[in-house]
Write a protein that binds this ligand. Structure first.
Ligand code: SF4
Length: 409
């Protein structure tokens, strides 16, 4: 049965050297690559030539699509990313197009993926590369340092771009790979506290002769076989070497720290309409998780405060307007990694005050049908849908009222 390995490269509890694993490396590489040739995800567009064929060993691919995909995949799965990636690459097919794009359009292309700062950092990175490359020079870095100098790129993303684009021998350690490797050695501590050892293992296992294929195979194994809840060990090429499998309960790995309770906050939101039927939206400041996106104004409920009072107060403080808070439109719960929010949304009627962007970049009155032209956070999308539903119901109530009041023919 395989030993478990500590971050110092020694087997857990037995003081055996990492050399134990080294003896298995040729088998592990060969088994993984054999499995990948038959069962891997061979059709991922950014891993292929533009004509859809597979690149040869050592052949370079354009890193732009790989870079964009890597950043999108930091937060979601391949099937979700694919249509976003296709739309993005059709609109911004080159580094120069990305660098020159209007930020508003970049955010619209990213809308729905969350973590909008990542889209902005992609564009900043493209601009940095454009500034750094003299005319005629290769615009793409070929070193870890070159990619790490760009905003939003960590060691695993850089390694993945370099191996995937240029077939260079750089290891990776994304979420899927951490899970697979932690299981392979039945790592006794959470991966976040064993990063050094897991990086050593990823480097040790990497096939220097086929780094592109090996890293892709490792990612595919994590995404399709060694999945978080129900690993399909019966189909796994590493079953014979896997310590978590040998321990009889692979899903117990990676071990986790006890979960902590997330803070909970209620947010009062106003969908403010004026007499012309226009709706008030504001653009968040550029900092933070949702920086630069548009939203309906509102803010945190204070202890003991009624939600209508919260909304009226927030609109007064942030926009310098007075409103009449009307009926509840929708209540939404939204969980981020670090907090849980409940949005309580009310329709409001504007009474007085010229809206001022006191806590935002800008404010605008827009027609309800224009709301789709602005990038909003995901939760606001449901508010927009609820507003359209309410407006439709209101319009049909008006028309049936008008019909009902018509004199009989
Ligand atoms: S044997 Fe099971 S737990 Fe081990 S790497 Fe394979 S799928 Fe994961």
């Amino acid at each position: 049965m395989p030993e478990t390995i500590r971050s110092d490269g020694r087997a857990d509890g037995h003081a055996e050297p990492l050399a134990l694993m080294e003896q298995s490396v040729p088998d592990l590489r060969a088994a993984l690559l054999r499995w990948w040739e038959q069962h891997g995800r061979q059709g991922i567009p950014w891993t292929l030539r533009p004509d859809g064929s597979r690149p040869d060993a050592g052949e370079s691919l354009c890193p732009l699509g790989i870079w964009v995909a890597e950043v999108m995949l930091q937060q979601t799965q391949l099937q979700v990313v694919l249509p976003y990636w296709q739309r993005w690459m059709a609109a911004l097919p080159t580094r120069d197009a990305l660098a020159a794009a209007d930020e508003h359009d970049v955010l619209l292309l990213w809308q729905g993926l969350g973590y909008y700062s990542r889209a902005r950092r992609l564009q900043q990175g493209a601009r940095m590369l454009l500034d750094a490359a003299p005319p005629g020079a290769d615009p793409w870095p070929r070193t870890l340092e070159g990619w790490l100098a760009l905003p939003g790129i960590g060691r695993s993303t850089a390694g993945s771009i370099l191996s995937s684009a240029f077939d260079l021998p750089f290891a990776i350690l994304d979420g899927n790979v951490k899970r697979v490797l932690a299981r392979l050695i039945a790592c006794p501590r959470p991966p976040a506290r064993e990063l050094r050892g897991l990086w050593q293992l990823s480097e040790l296992l990497l096939d220097p002769g086929r780094p592109r294929a090996f890293n892709q195979a490792l990612m595919d194994l994590g995404a399709t076989i060694c999945t978080p809840r129900n690993p399909r060990c019966g189909a796994c090429p590493w079953q014979g070497h896997c310590a978590a499998y040998a321990a009889g309960d692979p899903a117990r790995f990676p071990v986790k720290d006890a979960p902590r309770e997330l803070p909970f906050q209620v947010i009062g939101v106003g969908v403010v309409r004026n007499a012309a039927g226009l709706v008030l939206i504001d653009q968040r400041l550029n900092e933070g998780l949702l920086g630069g996106l548009w939203e309906f104004p509102g803010g945190k409920q204070e202890p003991g405060e009624a939600i209508a009072a919260t909304i009226a107060r927030e609109l007064r403080e942030e926009l310098a307007i007075e409103v009449e808070v009307g009926e509840e439109l929708i209540v939404l719960d939204h969980a981020y990694s670090h907090k849980k929010l409940r949005f309580v949304v009310h329709l409001c009627t504007w009474l007085s005050g010229d809206p001022q962007p006191l806590a935002s970049q800008q404010v605008r009155w827009v027609r309800p049908e224009q709301l789709g032209d602005f990038p909003f956070p995901a939760a606001n999308g449901r508010i927009i849908a609820a507003l359209h539903q309410w407006l439709d119901a209101d319009a049909s109530a008006d028309s049936s009222h008008a019909e009902g009041s018509r004199p009989a023919a």
